[in-house]
Design a protein around this ligand. Structure first.
Ligand code: MD6
Ligand code: FE
Length: 133
C-alpha cells in the first residue's frame, strides 16, 4: 500500500506487463511478471552515480529498462564498484534487459547532454520494470 494515501498501489498497465514479459523472454528469462515500475526523470545535466539494484527480493528475476526522450550514456561496470566500466548508448525506445549473472553489476548514467527530444522535450525518462516482492 501507498504509505501516504493508505490506498493499494495501482496495477501496472497491461501494455507494460506485455512489453516487459516479451523483452525478458527474448533475452532468455521466461515468465517475467513485474510488480513494480520505477520511473526516473532526468533533466539535462542530471546523472545517476554507480549503484547496484539490490532492493528486490529475488535476484533471479531480471529488470527490464525502457529509455524515452533524450539520449543517455549508460555505464556498465562489474561486480565491484572499482571495476572498469563500458559505455552503452541508450536512445529513445531502447529496451535493456538486465539479469542472470549480470544482475548485480554496478551501473550508472553519465550527465544527460542538453537537447530537445522531438516527442519528449528537454528530458529523459527511464522506466524500470521489476519484480520487487
Ligand atoms: C537509467 N537505470 O537508465 C537508470 N537499473 O536511467 C538503472 O539504474 C537500471 O536501466 C537496473 C537495471 C536497468 C537499469
Ligand atoms: Fe539501477
Amino acid at each position: 500500500t501507498d504509505p501516504v494515501s493508505g490506498q493499494p498501489w495501482p496495477a501496472l498497465p497491461q501494455v507494460l506487463l506485455e512489453l516487459a514479459g516479451r523483452a525478458a523472454a527474448t533475452a532468455g528469462f521466461e515468465g517475467f511478471v513485474p510488480d513494480a515500475c520505477l520511473v526516473n526523470h532526468y533533466l539535462p545535466g542530471t546523472r545517476l552515480s554507480l549503484h547496484q539494484d539490490r532492493d528486490e527480493q529475488d535476484f533471479g528475476q531480471p529488470i527490464v529498462s525502457i529509455s524515452l526522450g533524450l539520449p543517455a550514456v549508460f555505464l556498465l561496470g562489474g561486480l565491484q564498484r572499482s571495476d572498469r566500466t563500458q559505455r552503452i548508448p541508450l536512445n529513445h525506445g531502447d529496451v535493456l534487459v538486465w539479469g542472470g549473472e549480470d544482475r548485480l553489476r554496478f551501473h550508472g548514467v553519465l550527465p544527460i547532454k542538453p537537447g530537445v527530444h522531438p516527442r519528449m522535450g528537454e528530458r529523459r525518462i527511464n522506466l524500470t520494470l521489476r519484480k520487487a516482492g
